[in-house]
Design a protein. Structure first.
Length: 585
């Protein structure tokens, strides 16, 4: 019995020593920043990584040494939550699948609209068909921002990308132009492309020929002056010859005669020889100070040799296209316009491809034509002495022009197709329309306005054969004539018979065609290009194309009689100047 109290006493002493030892060990472990073994058994969920240790409190190494701040009281070890208080959460033995929740456990973690628990780690990928979750009551914290519901994690923060408000504006690949406006025109041509490395055949003025003549005369005068050294006249002529040769040499150099294929200028792209039909677009500059009816260009009289888009109407670019590309872009241009119209221009004699493009752009700009301006360029020789060659080529081009006009009417998407021709170009246009009237029969009326300006056509042939056929192809046919057209006067003397563009006693007045005499308003030197050079005629053309009013509803036209038929005279004082008529200034 004495041993029992002693055993009890020994047991109590051992228990006391054990408790003291455990308490000391716990204090030492707490002082060293270690976690008790009971906390180590609590696993972290796989989607919540532990917060990184801060620099102010470093973890002791295996030797038991701590950092500089190891003596500071340790921070309680908890897992931070983005919302709500820290609550002891029983953890399942396996990770919870995205969008699911274990039965019988009410989660206090805030969830976004996709049903994912917010965490410090990356958001899990939610794919379609993964299930949905019910809404969970949240604490008084703001809802997390909604992330886009896509198959891949978002790469930028929500709200960082600006909202898209519609299709983006077309990007401009070229720097903005200063001092001029770019006008895009479409073209069809059966000219042959210029062969690189050969002299350009499209130059309007043969600089190299005049350079050779000037150099030859100057050398001859210099040779004579050697034997007459006292003659001041010869010395003056030699000096003038040297100056003229220098000017012509500069002009020849600036005309860009020949080169490699990559060095061809736009005005050298097409020559004056026959070729196959090609399509494309051109870009032409219209200077900011452009005057209505002016086709600004360099002038030798002003010692102005270099083209400048800010001062001249310049062909800037030529882009050949396939038929599909051409009509696709043409339809896009027509669809983007208000009028949904197409204007096809056919040039006349002594006109290069470059001049046809420049004139078409000037007409479209001055007429404020917002549809698709198109020109057809046949192989004119662009030379004053090549009239007979042009006559041959304008007849040769008729089948090509007919097919081109038919394709424009069918594939351009335009509600109205207008045709305008000048001088010898009227021969090609009227011949093509005559052929279409025969081929299409009752369906030949596919054009809206057909405008014939200064037609260089035999007047009798026009009355008998052409007029009855072309009136079947258009809603309205208008003929502009002038008695001041010196070019047609020369053609009349050359052919021996009046021309359809003559006025006065030779004026052509036929049923179905509106003949307008513009003799009163033409003030140019030759009086042949009034369709594009005269403000008043341009104004009448603008009203005809935009409003389609007949002549008796245009108050600036005075009605006159020619036998049983009527024609009209354009009066400048009734129409006013270009500023009053609304044309561009």
């Amino acid at each position: 019995m004495k041993a029992a109290p002693r055993s009890i006493a020994m047991l109590m002493i051992a228990l006391a020593a054990g408790c003291a030892a455990c308490g000391c060990a716990g204090k030492k472990m707490e002082k060293a920043g270690k976690r008790p073994e009971s906390e180590k058994s609590d696993p972290k969920p796989p989607d919540q990584p532990a917060p990184p240790p801060s620099d102010a409190a470093k973890t002791p190494d295996r030797t038991g040494r701590t950092g500089d701040t190891a003596a500071r009281p340790p921070k309680p070890v908890t897992r931070p939550l983005e919302a709500g208080p820290t609550v002891a959460q029983p953890q399942p033995p396996h990770p919870i699948p995205t969008g699911a929740r274990p039965l019988g456990v009410k989660s206090l973690l805030p969830r976004d609209v996709a049903g994912r628990p917010d965490s410090a780690g990356p958001d899990p990928v939610r794919r379609p068909g993964s299930g949905t979750t019910a809404e969970v009551p949240l604490p008084a914290e703001p809802l997390p921002e909604t992330r886009p519901e896509t198959g891949d994690p978002p790469r930028i923060e929500p709200g960082a990308r600006p909202a898209e408000t519609g299709p983006a504006a077309p990007e401009t690949t070229e720097p903005p132009d200063v001092g001029f406006t770019r006008v895009k025109v479409f073209y069809g041509t059966d000219r042959a492309r210029h062969v690189p490395g050969t002299p350009s055949p499209v130059a309007g003025f043969p600089w190299y020929l005049w350079l050779a003549v000037s150099a030859g005369i100057t050398i001859a005068l210099a040779a004579v002056a050697i034997f007459c050294p006292k003659s001041r006249v010869l010395k003056g002529l030699v000096g003038a010859g040297l100056l003229g040769t220098l000017v012509l040499g500069v002009s020849t150099a600036l005309s860009r005669v020949g080169g490699d294929s990559g060095d061809l200028a736009p005005d050298e792209f097409y020559g004056n020889q026959r070729g196959t039909v090609e399509l494309g677009t051109c870009e032409v500059s219209i200077p900011a100070d452009h005057e209505v009816g002016e086709l600004e260009a360099p002038s030798v009289l002003r010692l102005d040799f270099q083209e400048d888009p800010e001062r001249h109407v310049v062909l800037l670019e030529v882009t050949p296209q396939s038929s599909e590309e051409f009509f696709a872009e043409c339809r896009q241009r027509v669809a983007g316009s208000q009028s949904h119209e197409v204007l096809v221009f056919v040039h006349g004699y002594n006109v290069s491809f470059e001049d046809a493009a420049r004139r078409t752009a000037q007409l479209a700009y001055d007429l404020r034509f917002d549809g698709a301006p198109i020109f057809y360029s046949w192989p004119s020789q662009a030379g004053l002495l090549q009239y007979s060659v042009d006559e041959t080529n304008v007849a040769w081009t008729v089948p090509h022009l007919k097919e081109f006009l038919l394709e424009v009417a069918r594939q351009s998407g335009a509600r109205s197709v207008h045709l305008i021709a000048h001088s010898m170009g009227n021969r090609a246009l009227t011949s093509a329309l005559c052929n279409l009237s025969v081929e299409l029969g009752e369906d030949a009326k596919v054009f809206r306005q057909v405008i014939l300006t200064a037609p260089d056509i035999d007047a009798d042939v026009f009355r008998r054969d052409i007029a009855p056929a072309i009136v079947k192809t258009a809603d309205r046919v208008t003929l502009y004539a002038s008695s001041k057209d010196e070019a047609l006067a020369l053609s009349k003397r050359y052919h021996g018979y009046p021309r359809a563009g003559d006025s006065g006693g030779d004026l052509v007045v036929v049923p179905g065609i509106d003949t307008i005499d513009v003799s009163d308003v033409d003030t140019s030197l030759l009086g042949h290009s009034y369709y594009g050079d005269n403000n008043t005629v341009l104004t009448d053309l603008s009203k005809l194309l935009s409003e389609a009013k007949p002549p008796d509803q245009r108050p600036w036209l005075r009605s006159e009689t020619f036998g049983p038929l009527r024609y009209w005279v354009l009066l400048r004082d009734r129409l006013g100047d270009a500023s009053a008529s609304g044309l561009r200034r």
